[in-house]
Structure formats: C-alpha cells, structure tokens
Design a binder for this molecule. Structure first.
Ligand code: PGD
Length: 773
C-alpha cells in the first residue's frame, strides 16, 4: 500500500500518523504531543519482521496424536496449514469440548473447563481489543469461561485498596493529580520514584505525554521532590530533588520510621484521623510497640532499610511542614507482601492529614502508567460488549500455573477459600504469558497439562511456541479501529496504513468464522461486520458529545478526519467529595471511611493494619546468604513489555542482541565483571543470561534486568534451564504476593550472579518457523 498521505493512528505509547512511502514506513508523532515516546521507532519493524506468522500453524504432536496433555509443547515442530484446515480442525475440537449454540444452565457449562482469562495488553484499538474478542467468543460458544481478575500490574495494591479505600483505578481516574502537582504540591515523595519511561505508556493510548512538563512546571514553582528507590534513574534530574535509596522491599519499614517520628513529635493530625479514617488506634499500638513490643522508631527502620535514621526523621518532619503528596508506584506492590507499602503510604498520608488539600495526600500509581492523574472525561469511550459470562469462576490473574497444575485444590483470595477448576482448553489472544508470568520453568510444566491450547498472535512468541494451534493475527497497521485511553482527552480514528502480511486475519474475523462453524454466528456477530461494530460503538460517544453541546461528527466524518478532542469533566471526583462531606459522600469501604484497620484483611491471616512483614526474598533474609543479589525486574524503557522486542529502539539497547543487566560498579569490580561480559543470574528456579553493565545508578547488592526479552530456554551444561536472551522471569517466583491478594510478586527476587565462564551461547533470534513476504 503506497500512499503519500499520512494516516492517523494510535498505539499504547502514543498517537502518530504514518504513510507507506516507496516500501518504507514514515512515522510522525502526534503534533500536539510535547514528549513523544521513542517506542514509536519500534513500529516499522512490525510490518514484515521474520517474527511475523503468515499462515495458521498446528503443532505436529497435536496434529498427529490429537488433543491431550503433552510435554512436547515448547519443543515440538509446527506445521503450516491452510486456513480451511485450521478452522475446520479448531471448530471440531471446540465442538468436542462442548461448544454449542444451545447451552442450558441446568447442567455444568462446558466453559467451566475453559480458561479464557487470556491476560495481556494486546494492542490499542477499542474494537480489535483481543481480550474483548476472545471473551465475547467464549461467552458465545461455551456459555462463558474461567476468567481472571486483577492485573499483573497491580494485583496486591488494587486488592488492598479496594478493601480500605475503594476502587483505586476509578479513584485515580477521578482526580486531576497532574494539574495539582503542577500548581499546588510543595513536596512530592515518590516511593518507587517516578520513572518517565513508564509514563510513555498507557493502556489504549496517550495523546500528549505530560509527565515531563508537569514535573518541570512543579520544579520551576519551587516544588521539592524525594525519590525513594534503589535505582537512581527512577526519577529525572530536577532541581529540588533528594534521592533516598533503601534496600529493595523495605519501603514499609522506612515509612513506619517516618510515622513514628510524626507520632513522637506530635505531628500526627488527629482531627483528620478522627473524621476520615477508622482503625488508627490499632495501628498506633503497633507503631509504638504496645502490641508487639517493638517501637518502629527511625533507628529500627534504619536497621532494615539501610537509610540513616536522621534522614528518615528529617523527611517525616519535612512532610508535615509542607503541602505533601505521597505517591507509591505499582512496582512496590509487585512483590511478596506487596499490599503493605501501599497501605502504609496511605496510612502515612492520613497521619499527615492533608487529604482534602489540592496537590496533597495519597496517590497510587503516578509514574506507573501514563494517563494517571489526567482530568476525567465527560463522555463515555466506545466499548466492545463482551457478552455475558455464565460461568461464575475465576482465578487471581497470576495464579495461572497453579490453576493448571493443581486442579481441584483450594486457595485463598480476599479472605475466601476457593478451588481451582479442572481446565481442558486454554484459549489465549492478545497476551504473552511466557513473557509476563513468573517462574517460567513451572509455567512450561503447567502448559503441558491442558488437552488443547489455542493462541492468536501476529508474531511467534514463546507463548505461541507452547500452543497447539496458532492463528496469525493482523497488527493494528493492517486494520481500522478507534483508539482511546481512559482519561486521555482524544479519540483517534486508527486508519489502516499497511497491507496485511501473508495470509493474516483480524481476531474478529477468525472468531466470526469459528462461531459460524459452531452455529453461533448471530450470537457472536449480531449480524455486524467490522464497520458495523465500529459505528455502533462510536454512537454512544457521539450522542454524549451532542448532548453536552460539543461538536459531534458522524462516524464517517470522524473516521475520515482522524480525531476528536473530548471534553473533560468539571465536577469534583470521589475523594474531593468525600473530604468535603465524609458522611454524605462516603467511600466504597465497609465503614465508608479510609480503613487503617480492616477486619477482612485481619480475617485473611495478615495483620489488620499496615505492617512490616519481612519477605522470604530480600537482602536481610536467610536466603540472601545463598543468593546475595536482589534482582529488580522492572518495566523496560525501550518497548512495551515484550511487544516489538525486535524493533529498533529495543534492539539498540541490547548488547549483541542480549538484554542488559545493570549492577553496581563496586560489585562488578569485586566479581571481575566488565561492561559487556555475559553474566548468569540464577537460583533454584532457573537461570538467565544477560550482558553486564556496571552502573552507579544501582545500589550495591542489587541487579536490575528489565522484562521483555523473548524467553529462549536452553539446557546448558552446569547451569540447568537457562534463558539465553535475558528474560528475568526465568528466575522470579510465581508465589502470590500474599494469601489475601495472590497478586503478581514478580518484581523482586534473590539471585546469585557471576560472570559466565567459556563461550556464551548465541541469543535466539525473533523468528517464526515459516516466514515469507
Ligand atoms: P505484552 O508483551 O504486552 O505482555 O504482559 P503482557 O502479556 O500484556 O503481550 C501482548 C501480546 O499481545 C504480544 O505478544 C503481542 O504481539 C500480542 N498482540 C498485540 N496486539 C494483538 C492483537 O491485536 N491480536 C492478538 N491476537 N495479539 C496481539 C505484561 C505484564 O507483564 C504486565 S502488564 C506487568 S505490569 C507485569 N510486570 C512484570 C514485572 O514488573 N516484572 C516481572 N518479572 N514480570 C512482569 N510481568 C508482567
């Protein structure tokens, strides 16, 4: 498709326009974006990279021996087949597993043995959103599916906040933190820093990347910043910045030390606690040591987190004397006992008593994702209806290995005892579990258990390699859609700008075809094609714009013109209304107030208030004698998760194709490691290779390896199953954050580290088994 006119488009990391120009793709960032993301440069490679799948693939073992548990998944060969054969065999298999247009609720639904949680970020686009498509399909043909709840991003934090504050995501969408930070905040304390790399990305898209300019505005006004992170570049260099580097996983102890200082100096705002919170006395008894004999003094905190007690005490006093916003990023809660730093930051903010003031109080996730803190929208966004899931069963999302490995066994979630279903079929679209899940050797074992695994992706990921039937999906460049992200003030037409690669098809058209073969066409498609759906989804937004007296173009005009700026809401959000009138506008918690003690949490076997709970894998744990490095596996700066890992921004940051791990310069010197040496990180769960980069941005005892390198496991002599490309989930633990949330705890774990002796194995290239232009 050669066309000299630019087409409007959008991605999770920003809006842009694109044109094919003599076989080359030209990309221009959205002109109103003050800080476009370098991730845009990953896009051109996606059009025809060797990783693209051009035709349906079926695993040889499944093709020859039929469905059933199979340990060959992951190492078996694939056979390229015609669409007709792939669709016909898939429909036959789905029928065997119970798919039917007439399912009664009287007996068990076949969907009760289908896992359709299908977690993943997929691509931007409201209609071709792969999870919505797969969920709608499974609801249509199986009556439902075993779902997943919460996210890998924020499992522990969202669960604890849902119990003690309310729906965190909704509350963040409700509050203009960025505007207040620019105008009002005097001291911003960021537990987990505020990494701009994370602000580049937002689910659905981010039209204008505002993080950098807001921080600069705040700094110019005299706002001060404190970044609390073991990694120095988690916060940009700004005037008025103090960096505090605690040992990883010890922020709760640091915050407790601050809380104690407020307590001993009479700086606790008791009137605020009385009016807006419940449960402070129980927390205070813990803080002072009345309940457990240990006063959580700054000196006590220093012994755990390594930050001098004088700094902890001074920070507490500074916070009390300034208009202070306490922010905690998602990264802190993606860890064992990840609920605690989030709840403790909320408790600390309540003790300061500034919750009702603009630019002050508590914020969750600023610095974790782009659109947090933008103004709430006044109109609804187009949404693809997923249908009704009649199977009343789910897992906490990071429980996927346990689900497949422990059918029928009990587990706990939010204080309830539940049981894992017995899964026959896994259907995944729009996610890469062999990127995002922890302890990948265990996931490999788990993926050997189902009878059949079906997956859609545009590229041959490690997850595709572990499936039985792989359908090649289009990428957004090859289809029309509507782009929008929650709290982002633009709606974009995503105009198609490239010809489909090989014989790829849209997820929708694959599902529509299968639904037709299963007699469920009308339920799934409602008689609409893609354009029919886009039009139907656009209409509620258009009608709301019209009702508010805004320009409300027809669907055709919108798709032609490329974008609409959406109005933002001017009514106060939940937290503002609560602070104005706590009994008239109560929170969605059992007491209607902020809960500093929670019966539900106490009932789940945890302390009923925020507390320091030493994890099994931190630098002060007995395990650190065996594995003395704390691995921080954070979000990458050069791609979104594992997406477009082969793109030019991503590849440029690797060394000889291998992911880079940073460690402190002194540690590197002690271990005889130089820039570019291949190092091996390992523990009992596995082993991963990376290229070393000594860096003083990293605290001693810490090694940082971002997620996203494609999993490439090899049995190496003396090192066991080793990911040679650098995926940290080869060594992370898949144990839940706690019995309460079962959230993903993959950010932190303990490892040993050494220079690899002998020749390093080659990295695995990103490639599909059969690739042809
Ligand atoms: P992505 O790489 O975004 O990772 O995990 P997630 O699975 O979301 O995977 C999306 C996949 O969808 C890609 O393979 C892409 O090609 C495919 N895809 C994109 N568009 C389409 C489409 O239209 N159709 C189809 N069929 N497929 C499509 C991310 C997860 O990882 C997240 S959100 C977090 S926060 C976690 N973070 C960590 C962490 O901090 N540390 C560790 N160790 N591990 C983590 N894992 C988690």
């Amino acid at each position: 498709m050669d066309d000299t006119t630019y087409k409007q488009h959008s991605s999770h990391w920003g809006a842009f326009s694109a044109r094919m120009n003599g076989g080359r793709l030209d990309i221009r960032p959205f002109e109103a974006d003050p800080d476009p993301s370098p991730l845009l440069a990953n896009i051109p490679a996606s059009l025809d990279h060797p990783a693209r799948i051009r035709k349906p693939l079926i695993r040889r073992g499944w093709l020859e021996d039929g469905p059933g548990p199979d340990g060959r998944r992951g190492s078996d060969a694939f056979v390229e087949v015609e669409w007709e054969e792939a669709l016909q065999r898939t429909a036959q298999e789905l029928r065997r597993l119970g798919a039917s247009p007439s399912l009664s609720d009287d007996g068990p639904l076949p969907g009760a043995r289908v896992f359709g949680g299908s977690y993943g970020w997929s691509s931007a686009g409201r209609f071709h959103h792969a999870q919505s498509q797969v969920h709608r399909f499974l609801n249509s043909v199986f009556g439902g599916y075993v779902a997943s709840v919460d996210t890998y991003s924020s499992g522990a934090g969202s669960v604890i906040l849902s119990l003690v504050l309310g729906n965190a995501i909704k509350l963040n969408r409700d509050h203009p933190y960025l505007r207040e930070l620019a105008q009002d905040t005097e001291l911003l304390i960021c537990f987990g820093g505020l990494p701009l790399r994370n602000l580049a990305v937002s689910a659905g898209g981010s039209s204008r990347h505002l993080g950098k300019s807001v921080l600069h505005k705040a700094a110019a006004r005299g706002c001060n910043f404190v970044s609390v992170s073991p990694i120095a570049d988690d916060f940009s260099d700004l005037p008025g910045l103090t960096r505090i580097a605690p040992r990883p996983a010890t922020d709760t102890a640091l915050m407790l030390g601050m809380a104690y200082r407020l307590h001993e100096t009479g700086l606790v705002d008791r009137a605020y606690l009385e009016r807006y919170t419940t449960g402070y006395p129980a927390f205070e008894a813990y803080l002072t040591g009345k309940s457990d004999g240990v006063a959580k003094t700054p000196e006590w905190a220093e012994s755990i987190c390594g930050v001098p007690s004088s700094e902890i005490a001074a920070l507490a006093e500074r916070a009390a004397k300034s208009r202070t916003l306490i922010n905690v990023t998602y990264s802190l809660q993606r860890a064992e006992n990840g609920e605690q730093p989030v709840w403790m930051a909320l408790t600390l903010a309540c003790m300061l008593g500034q919750g009702g003031l603009p630019g002050a109080g508590f914020c969750y996730g600023l610095g974790s994702i782009g659109n947090i803190g933008k103004e709430a929208l006044a109109v609804p966004l187009p949404t693809m209806p997923q249908g009704h899931n009649r199977v009343d069963d789910f897992i906490p999302v990071a429980g996927i290995s346990d689900l497949l490995l422990k059918p029928g066994e009990p587990y706990t979630y939010k204080g309830e005892v539940r049981r894992y279903a017995n899964i026959r079929l896994v259907y995944w679209a729009g996610g890469n579990p062999f990127h995002h899940h922890q302890d990948l050797s265990r996931l490999k074992e788990a993926f050997s258990r189902p009878e059949t695994i079906i997956l859609h992706d545009s590229v041959f990921t490690a997850s595709a390699r572990h499936a039985d039937i792989v359908f090649p999906a289009t990428i957004t460049a090859e289809r029309s859609d509507i782009g929008a992200g929650g709290n982002d003030p633009y709606l974009f037409a995503m105009q198609r700008f490239a010809e489909p690669f090989g014989e790829v098809r849209d997820d929708y058209s694959i599902f529509a075809d299968l639904a037709g073969r299963l007699g469920c066409s009308e339920i799934f498609t409602e008689g609409r094609d893609t354009d029919g759906w886009l039009k139907a989804m656009y209409e509620p937004t258009r009608a709301a714009l019209e009702k508010l007296g805004h320009d409300a173009p027809s669907f055709e005009d919108f798709m032609q013109n490329g974008r609409i700026e959406l109005p933002v809401r001017d009514a106060p959000g939940t937290m503002v209304r609560f602070h104005r009138d706590p009994s008239g506008a109560p929170l969605d918690t059992p007491s209607g107030k902020i809960e500093l003690f929670s019966e539900t949490v106490a009932g789940a076997g945890l302390p009923g208030h925020a507390a320091w709970l030493a994890p099994a894998e931190w630098l002060g744990a007995p395990m650190a004698e065996r594995h003395p490095f704390q691995l921080v596996s954070n979000q990458p700066a050069t791609r979104l998760h594992s997406q477009l890992d082969f793109g030019s921004t991503s590849m440029a940051a690797k060394m000889k194709g291998r992911e880079v791990a940073r460690l402190n310069g002194d540690d590197a010197a002690r271990l005889g490691i130089c820039e570019g040496d291949v190092i091996r990180l390992h523990n009992e769960r596995g082993s991963v290779l990376a290229a070393a980069r000594p860096s003083d941005a990293v605290l001693p005892g810490v090694v940082q390896l971002s997620t996203g390198a494609w999993y490439a496991p090899e049995e190496l002599p003396g090192t066991g199953l080793t990911c040679v490309n650098g995926n940290p989930n080869a060594v992370t633990s898949d144990a839940g954050a706690s019995a309460l949330s079962q959230g993903c705890a993959g950010q932190l774990c303990l490892v040993s580290l050494e220079k690899l002796q002998g020749a390093a194995p080659q990295v695995w290239p990103h490639s599909a088994p059969f690739h042809e232009r």
